[in-house]
Design a protein around this ligand. Structure first.
Ligand SMILES: [Zn+2]
Length: 598
């Protein structure tokens, strides 16, 4: 996943001259530790008629969209257990599809959704999935479907997958042809969960809301620091880390984590917790297990009460090793969802039945670790002076070095009391449409209604740097005030007494870091309309000063405290204008209302 990419490097790389030869540009990756494991027995023999396209290339390359589909079509034609479900189209018009593996009979079974290739250069899940589908359909593993269905999305970011190159993932050992991180619209699908801008994410939301999976696997490959672990995973609630969906978190931690860890270890893999170093220059100083905002799959999943596991194989391990680890993880997840679906479904039901009164919107770091991993399987490194960077750089040495690693979590920072409901005016159809995409419950007004709501006015709004197709908006302050607001017909009332209340809060609460306001879905409030001429406001201001001693005192204090203001006639008149009823009273007013509890 790699969130802390050195983006200046990425930007600079785009302007590099064409390399003199491929050899000159071969990425100088750190040394590799030797590996072999029982999972290697999963690889089909070279003469096997059902060898997958990746296996046929010794798990060093990955098939294209068309080659992948051709193999799947052949497999589906050969097995009554498999079928294809189309769920949408990409921005460039490619079909988005999933393979369903299910046994008829036995009523409705829990669904495991394995989503591969949200970052299409991180495609281990596709090739692992094809092998597992083959083994389920034709090689005796059909018992996995006795109590659960498997839905495999082989390539989520399909357009990005077709922008393949040997130069897309310099920190990753294979496959040779790697897809591109973002979509054809240059949007990162793992930042699009909540804002749902892309046709791919909208299609996936509708698909998931129809499937209601018991468990979702979001399959990635990680960059970042080197360590011995070849496959890592995480979920909100890991060893008691804070989560919005505590019952789901407890099930994942008590049942999923140990079972998957054991299955991977039996296959010869080295499973671990997916971590991010708190200080990249001192990789083993400590790790952060930070809550994700709902732009990410796991942050979204915990707010939407959908159990979601983030899987990150380690980019410095060879493709073959990573695919085999991913195979075991999907297989064990499927077995577990079937074997333990009652406990899992009870946890989901518990979290969906919760009606929280408050929502945590932001978090702050804690000084003491939640736990320490006493024998974290690190890799030895040294630092050296780089002539290129002019600074100290890390050189990984390829030797095991076990360390004691403290893991830090965060504590609630901004906590809001949920309103009884949010009111979204009909003038914001793109916001109302997103509520629908997420399956959030709301009622639509047939006639205008005037309600007393709490509304927020921004102070000192600031536009940020372009991010995911948006110019994000922040503000120094959010001033709440009660007002009577008339919402026209077509406006919606979103009650907070619903399973998706926390998702609605993340989307609509103005202080939420991933809110639609923060993504700047409301740029119109930044523009003040109408004006007042100097020959009107100047005499009016004189009259206000004469009539209101309190106002005069406030004005004089301002003159004294702010010499720049005192010397600026326009600013002085504007100060009075803001205090007249002529001023645009909707300027910087966030138009979503918060209906307070009665
Ligand atoms: Zn990723």
């Amino acid at each position: 996943m790699m969130r802390h990419l050195i983006s200046t490097l990425a930007a600079a790389a785009a302007f590099l001259a064409v390399p003199a030869s491929a050899q000159d540009m071969a990425a100088p990756l750190p040394p590799l530790m030797p590996w072999s494991g029982a999972s290697e027995r999963l690889v089909a023999a070279p003469n096997d008629p059902w060898i997958t396209p990746a296996e046929a290339q010794n798990l060093e390359a990955t098939p294209s969209y068309a080659e992948t589909r051709a193999y799947i079509d052949r497999l589906v034609a050969a097995s009554p257990l498999l079928s294809i479900e189309t769920f949408g189209r990409t921005a460039q018009g490619r079909e988005l599809y999933a393979v369903r593996a299910a046994k008829p009979g036995g009523g409705r079974k829990p669904v495991l959704l394995a989503q591969a290739g949200i970052h299409s250069g991180e495609i281990d899940g596709k090739d692992a999935g094809l092998m597992l589908l083959r083994d389920i359909a034709l090689r005796g593993k059909h018992n996995l479907l006795d109590r659960a269905d498997l839905i495999l999305v082989p390539i989520f970011n399909t357009d990005g997958h077709e922008r393949a190159s040997a130069y897309n993932r310099p920190n990753q050992r294979g496959p040779r042809n790697q897809g591109w991180r973002t979509t054809a619209q240059n949007l990162n699908l793992n930042r699009d969960y909540l804002k749902a801008d892309t046709p791919e994410m909208r299609a996936m939301r509708a698909f998931i809301n129809r499937l209601d999976p018991a468990l979702i696997l979001d399959l990635h490959v990680s960059d970042g620091i080197d360590y011995q672990y070849d496959i890592t995973f995480t979920f909100p609630g890991w060893r008691g880390s804070p989560t919005h969906s505590p019952a789901i978190g407890r099930w994942l931690d008590a049942r999923y984590r140990p079972a998957v860890t054991a299955a991977l270890a039996r296959g010869g893999h080295i499973p671990g917790l997916y971590i991010e170093p708190i200080d990249p220059e001192q990789p083993y100083k400590g790790a952060a297990l930070s809550p994700d905002t709902p732009r990410f799959s796991t942050g979204y999943g915990e707010l939407a009460r959908q159990p979601t596991v983030l899987v990150e194989t380690h980019s410095l391990k060879p493709y073959r090793q990573r695919v085999l680890g991913t195979y075991l993880l999907i297989e064990e997840s499927l077995r577990l969802v079937g074997a333990e679906h009652q406990g899992l479904e009870r946890a989901i039901a518990t979290d969906r039945a919760a009606r929280p009164k408050t929502a945590v919107l932001t978090w702050k770091p804690l000084a003491t670790p939640l736990f320490t991993i006493p024998d974290f399987k690190g890799i030895a490194f040294e630092t050296y002076r780089s002539p290129a960077s002019g600074g100290n750089e890390i050189r990984w040495l390829g030797r095991p070095m076990n360390v004691s690693l403290p893991v830090f979590v965060q504590a609630p920072d901004t906590v809001v009391t949920l309103p009884a409901a949010w009111w979204v005016p009909a003038t914001k159809p793109e916001v109302i449409e997103r509520l629908r995409v997420h399956g959030i419950t709301f009622e639509t007004l047939a006639a205008p209604r005037t309600v007393t709501v709490d509304m927020v006015r921004l102070t000192e709004p600031k536009l940020g740097a372009a991010n995911e197709g948006h110019i994000p908006l922040s503000a120094k302050g959010f001033v709440h005030a009660k007002r009577n607001e008339t919402f026209p017909a077509g406006s919606v009332r979103v009650p907070s007494a619903q399973p998706l209340a926390l998702l609605a809060a993340a989307m609509l609460e103005p202080e939420s870091p991933d809110s639609l306001l923060a993504w700047n879905f409301f740029p119109e409030i930044l523009m003040r309309t109408e004006y007042i001429e100097g020959y009107v406001i100047a005499p009016l201001a004189d009259r206000m000063l004469a009539a209101d001693p309190k106002l005069r005192a406030e004005f004089e204090a301002k003159l004294k405290a702010d010499p720049k203001f005192a010397a600026d006639p326009q600013a002085r008149l504007a100060w009075f204008y803001q205090r007249t009823p002529y001023y645009d009273e909707r300027f910087l007013l966030y138009p979503v209302g918060r209906e307070l509890a009665r």
